[in-house]
Design a binder for this molecule. Structure first.
Ligand code: HEC
Length: 263
């Protein structure tokens, strides 16, 4: 009999990687991890992509310390993604490998005590609330992080979840070409935060991706992804990362269109 209990306990622990998202509040983090709270200065990419002199200092906690504390068993050897779920439906996706290499912070205030807001100029939105949590990266002196612009900087985050890569398995049809597979990786970086396919991804946009691309030509998609405001001035969809140089940007757009073609 005790053997069964051990087995059930083991199954509960092992399945935690897919467990429900954990709710986070600054009050709880202050209580649990107060001594790890610090200030972090960053080039604020929502204000101006590619502009290196707009620096803001925030107050928060290294994401790695937070994950190690709340997921003590799972984090060791974990190779999937951290999902940061935002109140506005956005899904921040951080690969564990990237987090081990670069320093990310979950911040909850500005050090200068000004309101915790940002202008999101790529989306044409002003005074957007950042709380309860905003994920920022230590990008001063890191050109790779700077060229990612505001991608990977989710705000209004209130839940966190570790997910294994298997959740994406159904999104790439078997036998997809290498460029369609590369396209999925780019889609995950640049689109999945807002859009969802087969129930996986962000909920900023209600309609499923397959419906949105239905009936669109490659040229329609290229025009839309490169510069949505040119097609529909009032849209809040941002143009694909303007921090990339033009050649790389075109290559990424091609790969994404290739992936959308196999959906
Ligand atoms: C920050 C959120 C966000 C991101 C990131 C984003 N989108 Fe969108 N997308 C939207 C919104 C909002 C709409 C609804 C368009 C509107 O304003 O009517 C939309 C609409 C669309 C449409 C339908 C357009 C139409 O004519 O109705 C397509 C196709 C699309 N997105 C593709 C993409 C692709 C591909 C990417 C990645 C390169 C992407 N989106 C990234 C927010 C986003």
């Amino acid at each position: 009999m005790p053997c069964n209990y051990v087995l059930i306990l083991f199954m509960l622990l092992a399945s935690h990687v897919h467990a429900a998202p954990m709710e986070l509040s600054p009050e709880q983090v202050r209580k649990d991890l107060g001594s790890a709270i610090r200030e972090i200065s960053v080039i604020e990419p929502h204000e101006q992509c590619g502009e290196t002199n707009y620096i803001v200092t925030y107050v928060g906690i290294p994401l790695r310390i937070l994950i190690e504390y709340y997921y003590p068993g799972e984090w060791t050897g974990f190779s999937g993604d951290i999902h940061l779920i935002a109140r506005d439906g956005y899904l921040g996706i951080v690969e564990a490998g990237k987090m081990r290499e670069k320093d990310a912070y979950l911040v909850f205030a500005r050090a200068d005590a000004k309101p915790f807001l940002v202008d999101n100029n790529q989306q044409g939105e002003r005074d957007v609330p950042l709380g309860p949590f905003y994920l920022v990266w230590d990008n001063i002196g890191d050109p790779d992080l700077q060229k990612m612009c505001s991608y990977g900087w989710p705000y209004q985050v209130d839940r966190i979840q570790l997910v294994s890569d298997s959740i994406y398995a159904g999104l790439i049809p078997p036998g997809a070409s290498p460029s369609a597979q590369a396209g999925f990786a780019a889609f995950k970086t640049y689109c999945l935060g807002c859009h969802h396919i087969n129930g996986v991804g962000g909920r900023k946009v209600g309609a499923e991706m397959k419906l949105l691309v239905n009936g669109k030509t490659r040229e329609d998609l290229r025009a839309w992804i490169s510069d949505p405001q040119k097609v529909r001035p009032a849209t809040t969809m941002p143009p694909l990362n303007r921090g990339l140089d033009n050649k790389e940007r075109q290559r990424v757009i091609d790969q994404i269109i290739e992936f959308l073609g196999v959906l």
